[in-house]
Design a protein around this ligand. Structure first.
Ligand code: SF4
Length: 296
C-alpha cells in the first residue's frame, strides 16, 4: 500500500484543542447533554473524560474491503450516545465494559496493529470520544501510521463534530438504522435520528466521497454505509435504500445486513422478538440491487 505522508495542519491542531474543549459543555453528539465531562459530569452516553476501551485487536468480520486477509485493526470504545434497545453489543454500549486507556497507550496499541499487518484502524462507536480519537490519530500519524482510519458509527452524529474530524478520517462507515421517526423514538428514544442521519451521511460523503477500492480489493478512502434490515420494517428499508441512491450517490457501497437477532431488550417489542426471515432480507437486498447500488 502506498505510504501516506499526512501532515498535521494548523487547522487540524486547532481541531484537537477545540474538540477537548467540547467536553466541558458536551454537545459532541445530538443528545446535546451540555454536561461538563472534564469535571465529573456524565451524559446520556455514560462516559466522562477518560477514554474507555473495550478491546483492541484484528477483526475479520467486517466487509471484505475492510477486513481483507489480515484483518481490520479494531478498537471497540465503551459507551454509546444512541443506546438502541436491540443492541447486539450491549455489554459494551449500555454496559460500558472496558478499561481506561491513555491516548499514548492507545497510540502504541494501534501502531502494533499496523505492525502485524492490519489493513486499517477501525474505531467502533467513537462519537463520544471524538477528541481522544483525533489526538490519537494525530499522534500516530506523526509516528508513522499510514493505513486508513475508519470511523465506524451509528449515524447519530452532529455536523460540528464531523467537521472536527475532517482530515483525520479516511473511511466513514455509518449505519443508517431507520428513516422513520416512530421507530427511532420507540427503539432508541431518538425521534430526530432520521433527520440527523440524513445530514450526517451527506457531510461524510462531502468529506470523503464514494468508497475507493484498490487493485488489492482493500478500501483506501470513502463512505461505506450499513443498513441492518429489521423485522417488519420493509417500507423503511426501502426508504433508506432510496435515500442513499437518490441523495448520497448511486455509486454508494452499501452493506445490507441480515444478521438481526433479538438481543438485549428486543423482547419488549413483539415485532422485534423474532429473527429476520430469509424473504424479508432478500426483498430488501433485491431492491437495493435493482437501484444499482454497490452491494457488499
Ligand atoms: S457525547 Fe455523551 S455527554 Fe456528549 S452530548 Fe453525546 S451523549 Fe451527551
Amino acid at each position: 500500500m502506498k505510504v501516506k505522508t499526512t501532515k498535521i495542519t494548523m487547522k487540524q491542531d486547532g481541531n484537537i484543542s477545540s474538540a477537548y474543549e467540547a467536553l466541558m459543555d458536551c454537545t459532541l453528539c445530538p443528545r446535546n447533554c451540555h454536561v461538563d465531562r472534564t469535571d465529573g459530569g456524565v451524559g446520556f452516553c455514560g462516559t466522562g473524560k477518560a477514554l474507555v476501551v473495550s478491546s483492541v485487536g484484528p477483526h475479520f468480520g467486517e466487509e471484505p474491503p475492510i477486513s481483507g486477509h489480515y484483518g481490520s485493526g479494531t478498537v471497540f470504545l465503551a459507551g454509546c450516545g444512541l443506546l438502541c434497545d436491540f443492541c447486539q453489543n450491549h455489554n459494551i454500549s449500555h454496559g460500558r465494559a472496558g478499561n481506561v486507556m491513555t491516548e499514548a497507550e492507545l497510540v502504541r496499541a494501534i501502531m502494533r496493529l499496523q505492525q502485524i499487518g492490519c489493513h486499517n484502524i477501525n474505531f467502533v462507536t467513537p462519537t463520544h470520544f471524538t477528541p481522544h480519537i483525533i489526538e490519537v490519530v494525530s499522534l500516530a500519524r506523526t509516528r508513522g501510521l499510514r493505513i486508513p482510519v475508519v470511523y465506524n458509527c451509528g449515524g447519530y452524529e452532529s455536523i460540528e463534530t464531523l467537521k472536527m474530524l475532517e482530515g483525520f478520517v479516511d473511511i466513514y462507515m455509518p449505519d443508517i438504522k431507520f428513516l422513520n421517526s416512530e421507530l427511532a423514538e420507540r427503539y432508541c428514544r431518538a425521534r430526530n435520528y432520521p433527520s440527523i442521519v440524513r445530514a450526517a451521511v451527506k457531510e461524510m460523503h462531502r468529506q470523503v466521497g464514494d468508497l475507493e477500492i484498490g487493485e488489492t480489493g482493500l478500501a483506501s478512502r470513502g463512505l461505506l454505509i450499513r443498513h441492518l434490515v429489521m423485522p417488519g420494517a420493509a417500507a423503511d428499508s426501502r426508504a433508506v435504500i432510496d435515500f442513499i441512491a437518490d441523495e448520497i450517490s448511486p455509486a454508494s457501497y452499501v452493506n445490507v445486513m441480515e444478521q438481526y437477532r433479538p438481543s438485549y431488550k428486543a423482547y419488549k417489542y413483539p415485532e422485534l422478538n423474532r429473527p429476520l426471515t430469509d424473504k424479508e432480507f432478500k426483498d430488501v437486498f433485491d431492491y437495493a440491487a435493482n437501484r444499482g447500488l454497490r452491494l457488499a
